[in-house]
Write a protein that binds this ligand. Structure first.
Ligand SMILES: NC(=O)c1ccc[n+]([C@@H]2O[C@H](COP(=O)([O-])OP(=O)(O)OC[C@H]3O[C@@H](n4cnc5c(N)ncnc54)[C@H](O)[C@@H]3O)[C@@H](O)[C@H]2O)c1
Ligand SMILES: O=c1ccn([C@@H]2O[C@H](COP(=O)(O)OP(=O)(O)O[C@H]3O[C@H](CO)[C@@H](O)[C@H](O)[C@H]3O)[C@@H](O)[C@H]2O)c(=O)[nH]1
Length: 459
């Protein structure tokens, strides 16, 4: 049985969730970060991100002393035979992934290791990075005149924000890319509860594992762009995209998952990883046309949603279409159950509405602090409200932007009483025209059948 300590460098979504969950699997974890404040809070059991179930799991494993947090990477790396790299790989301006933090950690491994080490890349890194990590470690060892043995493993992470603990502890697969049998055995021990639970393990080489991560994200992102493009067609031909997606999904080769039309995908992964795979393919002389088009469709979809609102409500006067109007916005994060605003459709749609003269009243259960930071240049145009019904007060339209559970059962009678104009844009197709329109509220979804002519006049 594998007994040594494991270092996990990085305490973001991936590093922290991996650390806490692997501790819960019975491993002894040292979680390292350069952020002193974060480390101090984590040692007190405070979780800096909003993630279901994480706090309870952290508290339990801190109490049982299976996990600790530190800024001292040297001590952590000296004490651990296995070192996970889970630091950020943000996009450079040209779309390529910035792997400087990953290589920095690799350099530290080379500096501090004092025996055999398994270095596990959990960050999403360009194909070939595993080999670079090995080179950097070799360089450092050479400088020291040492010749310790080590293996590099690619172990990409597939968790979703908001469901991270669940995804980590009940994954569809675990991918382990390494040519070393010893490292493979150690990795299997670390994930032993999943291995025993018959979770599929994919053992492959470094490059294949790195490619699996990008290919998976690019496929899912393209699937969303596909249905979003279909939604535009549906609007023109009196079809309903929800029904189309549902029926398509009944074909098990297609599956209905990730086939929900909406305002476009956001978040820290799909936008960044699709751009990165396109860049790395270009470097390899390959033009990923399909993925490039998916990215373009997604960019357009966010604008298309803003156009939808402006065209429906606007005066026709370019630049001041929405002058004097107030629009209520429900949800700001890129998806429910997270406070993450990265690449959220709200960051495209709200500025467009404001530029056309609208004032915004908005509410999000978790993301308002982050939203206020991201949208600080529009500070004077956005009022952040206490709840969904305050958002609706005296507005000229309500826009459902993120499908938080509490927005899935709105009191439309109350909405009608407090709004100035009863217009409801449902950008996540949570409702449908049949249930909303009979209450005297104009309903506009995404890719839904065009309304009958007599109902389509503006109110
Ligand atoms: N967020 C997700 O849902 C998700 C899912 C799968 C994969 N990924 C990938 O995992 C990686 C990490 O993503 P994240 O969302 O956890 O990032 P994040 O930005 O939330 O966290 C990164 C953490 O690493 C720390 N850090 C940076 N440099 C460091 C260093 N040299 N030493 C120690 N700590 C350092 C930062 O302080 C930060 O706490 C990325 O490559 C990302 O693409 C993310
Ligand atoms: O049918 C769908 C499904 C998702 N989305 C949008 O797609 C984005 C991403 O959603 P989701 O995949 O749930 O969130 P992430 O946390 O970004 O997770 C993705 O990115 C992670 C980081 O790489 C991967 O680990 C996960 O497997 C992958 O799902 C969000 O804006 C969603 O609103 C849709 O519009 N329609």
């Amino acid at each position: 049985m594998y007994k040594n300590k494991i270092s996990i460098v990085g305490t973001g979504y991936v590093g922290l969730v991996s650390g806490v969950c692997l501790a819960d699997f019975g491993n002894s974890i040292i979680n390292v970060d350069i952020d002193e404040e974060k480390v101090a809070k984590l040692n007190q059991g405070e979780v800096p991100i909003y993630e279901q179930g994480l706090k309870e799991l952290l508290e339990r494993n801190l109490k049982d002393e299976r996990i600790s947090f530190t800024t001292d990477s040297q001590e952590a790396m000296e004490e651990s035979e296995v070192i996970f790299i889970a630091v950020g790989t943000p996009p450079n301006d040209d779309g390529t992934a910035d792997i400087s933090s990953v290589l920095k950690v690799a350099r530290q491994v080379g500096k501090y290791m004092d025996g055999y080490r398994v270095v596990v890349n959990k960050s999403t890194v360009p194909i070939g990075t595993g080999r670079k990590v090995a080179e950097v470690i070799e360089e450092e060892l050479e400088k020291r005149g040492e010749n310790y043995n080590f293996d590099v493993v690619s172990n990409p992470e597939f968790l979703r924000e908001g469901r991270a603990v669940n995804d980590f502890t009940d994954p569809d697969r675990v991918v382990i890319g390494t040519e070393s049998e010893e490292a493979q055995e150690i990795m299997t021990e670390i994930y032993r509860p999943l291995f025993l639970d018959d979770v599929p393990f994919v053992f492959t080489n470094l490059e294949t594992a790195e490619t699996i991560k990008y290919a998976s994200n690019a496929f899912l992102a393209s699937k969303i762009s596909f249905i979003n493009e279909m939604s535009r067609l549906c609007e023109q031909v009196n079809a309903d995209v929800n029904e189309v997606a549902q029926a398509m999904g009944l074909d098990s080769r297609i599956s209905h998952r990730f086939l929900r039309a909406g305002p476009g995908y956001g978040g820290s992964c799909f936008p960044k990883d699709t751009r990165a795979i396109v860049s790395m393919a270009e470097e390899a002389g390959i033009d990923l046309e399909l993925i490039k088009t998916g990215i373009q469709v997604n960019r357009e979809q966010k604008e298309y949603m803003a156009d939808k609102i402006i065209n429906e409500l606007g005066s026709g006067e370019e630049g001041s279409q929405l002058a004097g109007m107030t629009i209520g916005v429900l949800g700001l994060s890129f998806k429910p159950e997270t406070d993450d605003m990265r690449e959220s459709p709200a960051l495209t749609i709200l500025p467009r509405l404001i530029k056309e003269g609208a004032a915004i009243q908005a509410f999000d259960p978790e993301a308002m602090k982050n939203a206020a930071e991201c949208l600080d240049e529009y500070e004077r145009d956005i009022v952040y409200c206490a709840n969904e019904y305050d958002v609706m007060k005296n507005v000229d339209a309500v826009v459902l932007l993120t499908e938080w559970n509490q927005f899935r059962r709105l009191d439309f009678e109350r909405l009608k009483r407090v709004v100035n104009q009863p217009v409801f844009f449902d950008l996540r197709n949570v409702y449908n025209e049949k249930e909303v329109a009979p209450r005297g509220i104009r309903y506009i979804g995404v890719g839904r059948a065009a309304r009958p002519a007599e109902k389509s006049e503006k109110i």
